[in-house]
Structure formats: C-alpha cells, structure tokens
Design a protein. Structure first.
Length: 409
C-alpha cells in the first residue's frame, strides 16, 4: 500500500529542499534510491573481472573461480525468496538498515578471507542481503502514481543497472591499484555509510500486511498461481539475464587470455562500454507507460540473441565485442523494465512479494548462465559461450511469438 501524499511530506524532512518531480515524488529521494540500488547490487558483481586473479591467488581452476559468481547469485535468489517478502510484512526503513549492516559484515569477511571457501560463504551471505536493492525498487513504485510509475521505476532501475555495469570497472581499477581485498573492504565501508543515509532519509512506510511470516511465504506461492504473467515475465527475464551473465562472467577470461592480453585495468575499462546501455532504462519505462510493452519485449529478445552472435564474431575484435556488450545490456535492461511494469500492476498491496518472485526467477537464470557459461568457456572456448548465450533468448522469443494472451503481460 502506497503511503499518502500527506504522510510522505511529513516523513521526508531530509528531502524537502529538493525539487519535486512532475510525478509528485521528490527528485532527491528518487536520486537517493537510484544510487542506493546501484551501490547494493554492485556487491554481486565485484568478483566478475577478478576471477582470473582470484583463481591465481587461491590456487583454484577457472571453473571453480567462476562458481564464486554463481554462489553470490544463488545467495541473491535465496534473499529474494525469504527476505524480500518481509518488505510487505515489516517497516521497510528498519529492514533495509538491518540488511545493510549484515552486508557490511559479510563484505568485510570477504575482504579478509584466507581461503576460497571463506570467500564463497561470505559471498553467499552478501548476495542474500544485497536484496536491499529489490526492496527499494517496489518502494519507489509504491510512491509513484499510476501514470508515472514506469518512469520513476525506470530512473531507479537506471541506477541499479549502472551499478551492475560500473561495478566491474570499479572493481578492476581498484584491484589493479590497491589489490583485490580493498575492493571488498571498500564496499564494506560504503555499505555502512549507505545504511546510515537510508535510515535517515527514507520515509516511514508501514507494512501492507499483518500476516505471520510463514503465511507471507505461502501467499507468495499463491501469487504465482494467481498471476500467470508473473512467472511468464520472470522466465523471459531469466533467459535474457542468463545470456547476460554468461557473457559478463566469462568475458574477463577472454580479455585476459591470448586473444587480447588485457590487464585487470583493461578489463575494467572495457566494462565501461556496457554502462552506455543503462541510458535505455528511463526510456523503457516511458515506453511501458505508453503501452508498447509487447512489441518491445519481442524486439529486445531478438537483440539479446543477436548480440551474443556478434560477441562470438568479436572473439578477436574489441570493437565487435564492445558493440555486442552494449546491445546485450540494452536488451536485458529493456526486458527488465517492461517486466517490472507488468508485475507491479498485478497487486499493489503485494509488490514486495511479487518482486521477490520475479527477481528470484531471473537471478536463478543468471546463476545458471554464469555456471554454464563458465563450463562452456572451459570446454569449447569463446564461441561455445556465444552459442549458449545466443540460444537462451530464443526460447522466450518463440513463446512470445505464439502467445495469444500476450496483451495481458
């Protein structure tokens, strides 16, 4: 349940000096939510450009090192299923602060890990509690009026997606300058500061249900049965995000290998090109508000598959590889915003639970994409990854083309 305009104005004293957007949501609060989602979700991706280095430091193989990304994303799925539904059950500001405190501790443990096993466990925990990003996104959706919800969510998601993409660059540059441990320890410090900032700035937002926790989880399962569009959009996004994860998890191996011979810093600079795709998020939100969700979904699925083929052709061409990265990022962001636009309209009183199912579904696809992408690279090289990444979006594209109920979501 969204808070009323009067209660919002009485509980956001820290943002009264900011201009209010045309949607009625303070612009400063939207910016804070965008930055916060980006900073928290970045914790899931710091390891991706460091996999070659971590394999060397801990004396493990590339496949084992790649499991670090998979475990982190599995942690995120678990957090989505068991922690995010609490966003409908308890006051969100306190929940966000508590989860960020746990994230801070987990990142500090990761930064001081003496073994790969400890790093894996810490990454699992930090992945689970970094779901704060997915508590804040439905929070933004609840604040926005219906006519502007896609635009506001698009702005917040632009921050989240920029965090996903820029985290790789930041991680590579920091690791190159000060070592990989500083990446994790620095994130721990920033997360602690973020916990304080959000607790002070977020408006109070009461629970939308008083169901006991176990019943909240049961009601989440019922939502899947009640709203077929929820599972459909989740599976669409799982396929696209699996392709995305397969590419970004293994591209560091390709770039640091004999084909390019890049350093960690070079991998980080390459990751910057993908950030250009974040610009499409607000546009996708506007398009969704205007009713263009279905045709754009099909186009994005086709672009995702085609970009993977282009990535295969770019195995020895940095220009083609960069273009493929941009197109893949545009595709995954477009389908994400369009999917959330559908999901958030299904039941306004259960947005946290709806979001938990949606995000958990597609992050499971991302975890599988990371794992199988790493296996494909180890078994067949870069073209094997490209083929796998290109196939995944074709599966929902076939369903989209034959879905007679597509207009409903």
């Amino acid at each position: 349940m969204a808070t009323s305009p009067s209660s919002n104005s009485s509980t956001t004293s820290t943002t009264t000096s900011t201009e209010t957007t045309q949607s009625g949501v303070p612009g400063g609060l939207v910016a804070l939510l965008a930055v916060s989602t980006g900073m928290t979700v970045a914790n899931l991706y710091y390891a991706q450009p460091l996999l070659a280095k971590l394999a060397e430091v801990f004396h493990v193989g590339t496949t084992t090192a790649g499991a670090l990304v998979t475990v982190t994303q599995i942690g995120y799925v678990l957090g989505m299923l068991f922690l995010v539904p609490l966003g409908d059950r308890v006051e969100k500001r306190r929940l966000v602060a508590l989860l960020l405190v746990v994230t801070t501790v987990a990142m500090a443990v990761a930064g001081t890990a003496g073994s790969f096993a400890v790093l894996l466990v810490a990454s699992l925990v930090s992945g689970a509690t970094s779901v704060v990003a997915q508590i804040l996104v439905p929070f933004a959706a609840s604040l926005a009026p219906d006519h502007a919800r896609g635009r506001i969510v698009g702005r917040v998601m632009a921050g989240l997606l920029a965090g996903i993409l820029l985290s790789r660059t930041l991680s590579s540059l920091v690791a190159g300058a000060a070592g990989w441990r500083v990446v994790y320890l620095g994130s721990a410090a920033l997360t602690a500061l973020l916990a304080v900032a959000l607790y002070r700035a977020l408006p109070a937002h009461a629970a939308t249900t008083d169901l006991p926790y176990h019943q909240v989880l049961r009601s989440t399962v019922r939502l899947v049965r009640t709203h077929p569009a929820l599972l459909k959009r989740g599976l669409y996004q799982a396929a696209v995000f699996g392709s995305f994860s397969a590419f970004w998890t293994t591209v560091s191996f390709q770039l640091t290998g004999p084909a390019f011979g890049y350093s960690e810093a070079g991998v980080g600079v390459f990751a910057l090109v993908g950030a250009a795709g974040a610009l499409v998020a607000p546009l996708a939100g506007r398009w969704a508000d205007r009713g263009f969700g279905r045709p754009l979904t099909g186009a994005a699925l086709l672009v995702a598959s085609g970009s993977a083929v282009l990535a295969g052709l770019g195995g020895h061409s940095i220009v083609l590889l960069a273009l493929a990265a941009i197109l893949l990022d545009v595709a995954v962001q477009t389908t994400l915003i369009l999917g959330q636009h559908v999901v958030y309209q299904l039941d306004p009183g259960a947005r946290a639970r709806l979001n938990s199912v949606f995000i958990a579904t597609f992050f499971l696809g991302g975890a599988l994409g990371s794992e199988f992408g790493t296996v494909a690279f180890h078994a067949g090289g870069w073209w094997a990854v490209a083929g796998f990444a290109g196939l995944l979006p074709l599966l929902p594209l076939v369903h989209w083309a034959t879905d007679r109920k597509g207009a409903a979501g």
